[in-house]
Design a binder for this molecule. Structure first.
Ligand code: PHE
Length: 344
C-alpha cells in the first residue's frame, strides 16, 4: 500500500465532484463509489489490520484522514444542495400582485332594518326586543284575543308541540305585537319604542307572502297621544326612509288590540300615486295594521284603565325593502341566491 493510492483516490474524487456539479443523482453515485462498504477506500481501510505496525502508523491515519475528508466534503455538499432546493421550493414572490379576499356583507333586510332603527333613534325612539318563541298569553290573550276568539284566525299560527315549564302553550310569534305588553310591564309611560324582529305565519308563500318575515312594531304611549301624532310620526318616518315626501292614508280596519283600527297605506313610490302595476293602479301601497291602543291591552300590562292613550303599528320590513330597492319577489330575501344578495 502506498500514499500514491490515497492521492489517486483523492484526485479521482475531486474530479468526480467537479463533474457532478449540483446533480444530486451524480453525487449519490460518488457516495457509493467512494464511501460504500465495497468502495476502494473502505477496502483499503479494512486491509490496514494486516499491515505491520510500522505501516499501520503511517497509512492507517492517512487513510482514515482521507476517508474523513471525502466524507465531510461530499456530505456537506449534498446537504447544502438539498437545503438550497428546499428554500427554492418555499420561495415566495413578495412582489407578486395580491389576491383580494372576498368578504361578505349584510343582507339587504338587515341593512334596511338598521336604517329604520337609525331614523327612529334620531326621533328619540327606543329600540326594544321581544322573544320569537312566545307563550299564548303575550301573543294573543294579553292583546284581547282570548282562546276561541274568531280573530285568532287572522294569524295562522305555528304552534310548538311542547309546553313550557309552567304548562303554557307555546308558539312562534305571529307578529311583533307580542312585545307590547312585555314592554309595558317593565316601563311606565310616557315612552316611544319600536320593536323590529321576525314573525311567522303558517301560510302558503307567494311573491308577496312569506311564512317567515320581519316586522317593526311601534308603540307610543302617553297622557294625550292622538291619531294626529301617529300620522305625523309615520309621515316623517316614511319621508326620511324614502328620501322624498310620502303621502299616507288610513283605512278603517279591525284588530282586537286597537280601537279604532286602521289599515295603513303610503302613496306608491313607483308612480307617485298616479297608478301603476306595482300598486294595482290604485296609487297606494299597503304597509300594515295600526290603531289606537285598546284600553284592554293597557289593563293586561297592569296599567290603570283610561289613564293613558297610545298608538301602535306593525309594518312589514320586507315590504319597505322591496319598495325602496325594486325587489319583485319577497322569497328572494331568504333564497340564499348570491346573484340576488350581491346586488345590495
Ligand atoms: N300585529 C298586527 C299584524 O301583524 C299589526 C298591528 C300592529 C295592528 C299594531 C295594530 C297595531 O297583523
Amino acid at each position: 500500500m502506498s500514499k500514491d493510492i490515497l492521492e489517486k483516490i483523492k484526485s479521482d474524487f475531486e474530479k468526480g465532484l467537479q463533474e457532478a456539479g449540483n446533480d444530486l443523482g451524480k453525487l449519490e453515485e460518488l457516495r457509493i463509489k467512494f464511501l460504500s462498504r465495497k468502495s476502494e477506500l473502505n477496502q483499503l481501510l479494512k486491509g490496514i489490520k494486516d499491515l505491520s505496525s510500522e505501516e499501520k502508523k503511517e497509512f492507517g491515519s492517512l487513510a482514515n484522514q482521507t476517508r474523513k475528508e471525502v466524507e465531510t466534503k461530499l456530505m456537506d455538499l449534498i446537504e447544502e444542495i438539498q437545503q438550497r432546493k428546499d428554500l427554492e421550493k418555499d420561495w415566495i414572490d413578495v412582489t407578486a400582485p395580491g389576491k383580494k379576499e372576498a368578504i361578505g356583507h349584510l343582507n339587504l333586510l338587515s341593512k334596511v332594518q338598521r336604517e329604520i332603527e337609525d331614523i327612529f333613534t334620531s326621533m328619540s325612539f327606543e329600540i326594544a326586543d321581544g322573544p320569537e318563541i312566545e307563550n299564548e298569553w303575550y301573543n294573543f290573550d294579553a292583546l284581547n284575543i282570548p282562546k276561541n276568539h274568531p280573530a285568532r284566525d287572522l294569524w295562522d299560527t305555528f304552534w310548538i308541540k311542547n309546553k313550557n315549564k309552567k304548562g303554557e302553550k307555546l308558539l312562534v310569534r305571529t307578529h311583533t305585537s307580542n312585545a307590547q305588553v312585555r314592554y309595558m310591564e317593565k316601563h311606565k309611560p310616557p315612552f316611544q319604542v319600536i320593536v323590529p324582529g321576525k314573525a311567522y305565519r303558517y301560510e302558503a308563500t307567494d311573491a308577496h307572502h312569506e311564512h317567515s318575515f320581519c316586522q317593526f312594531e311601534a308603540l307610543v304611549v302617553g297622557d294625550s297621544v292622538s291619531v294626529a301624532n301617529f300620522k305625523s310620526i309615520a309621515q316623517e318616518f316614511f319621508s326620511a326612509f324614502f328620501g322624498e315626501k310620502i303621502e299616507i292614508r288610513l283605512r278603517p280596519s279591525y284588530f282586537p288590540f286597537t280601537e279604532p283600527s286602521f289599515e295603513f297605506d303610503i302613496s306608491c313610490k313607483v308612480c307617485q300615486g298616479k297608478g301603476c302595476p306595482t300598486c294595482g293602479h290604485t296609487g297606494w301601497l299597503e304597509m300594515g295594521g295600526c290603531g289606537m291602543v285598546n284600553q284592554r291591552v293597557f289593563e293586561s300590562a297592569g296599567y290603570e284603565k283610561n289613564k293613558y292613550q297610545g298608538f301602535a303599528w306593525g309594518f312589514g320590513i320586507e315590504r319597505l325593502a322591496m319598495m325602496k330597492h325594486q325587489v319583485g319577489d319577497i322569497r328572494n330575501f331568504r333564497s340564499g341566491d348570491l346573484r340576488f344578495i350581491r346586488q345590495f
